[in-house]
Design a protein around this ligand. Sequence first.
Ligand SMILES: NC(=O)c1ccc[n+]([C@@H]2O[C@H](COP(=O)([O-])OP(=O)(O)OC[C@H]3O[C@@H](n4cnc5c(N)ncnc54)[C@H](OP(=O)(O)O)[C@@H]3O)[C@@H](O)[C@H]2O)c1
Length: 275
Amino acid sequence: MTSYAIIGASRGIGLEYVRQLAAKPGSTVFAVVRNAAKSIHLQAATKTLKNVHVLEADVVDYPSLQKAAKEIGEVTGGKLDCLIHNAARMDAEYITKGFDHYASMDELDADFITSYKINALGVIHSISAFLPLLRAGPTKKIVVVSTAGADPKFVRAAGIADMTAYGMTKAAALIATTKWAIKLQNEGFIVVSVSPGLVDTTGTIGEHGDPATQALVLGAAEAMTQRGIPVRAETPEESVSAQVKLLDGLQPSDNGSFMVHSGGEFNLDQLSIGK
Ligand SMILES: NC(=O)c1ccc[n+]([C@@H]2O[C@H](COP(=O)([O-])OP(=O)(O)OC[C@H]3O[C@@H](n4cnc5c(N)ncnc54)[C@H](OP(=O)(O)O)[C@@H]3O)[C@@H](O)[C@H]2O)c1
């Protein structure tokens, strides 16, 4: 049995991880969500699956993660093979904001602090809470879903002045993940950040998807392509299938890397997203 915990599993990329990992023979999947009753896409996808356990936790609420870890341990005998930390603050009206899109500096501060708690501290919280289970398992893999937008070279090349709180807090998460990798190296862990590409996850926003946000995603792909970075918005199935392949193939030498879902280290000079 291989056990996986996915943090932020209600929709989008996290939900697709649940689907694909649950389809692997002998797998047990722990889907960690903020609100199970409201996770309608997860419910629909997993209601007949016996190897998926849905647990509740919020990455800003450390005791809730510890409780989820305890519940996982009760099912697995105190072990976990792989942790996939996917949760992030992604709502369109927040994620697009630039420095000058706030009514006041107090408003900017409050918004950035909220993002920091979810996107940066959230990574530290989930790795800390699940570490005892991961240490007890033989596999010891941690994947943190990152973004090209955390890389300064990419941000310059793509000309992304806005998405400020998101980019800054995901950059902090990238450093946090790198530090965990160094800290856990001698224990045989493989800890990586993975850029998932540009992924059209708008189909699982709300009950019936969000065409307005989808237009933003497709527009972003076009704008980047015009700037010389060939980008295609991938489906969650495409992106996660590549990420699962990457997860399966992780080697000790990958520890600490910032990788692209299609394989190898994130390297702007070789980057063509979704081609
Ligand atoms: N889509 C892309 O093009 C893209 C590109 C680069 C990187 N990424 C990265 O990929 C990951 C997933 O993105 P997505 O497009 O799939 O986003 P999404 O569909 O909006 O999903 C975000 C997930 O995070 C969860 N979440 C948010 N705040 C949380 C919290 N405080 N505690 C626990 N869970 C929380 C959400 O749960 P609720 O349902 O409870 O809100 C949801 O399950 C993110 O880390 C993002 O930075 C995405």
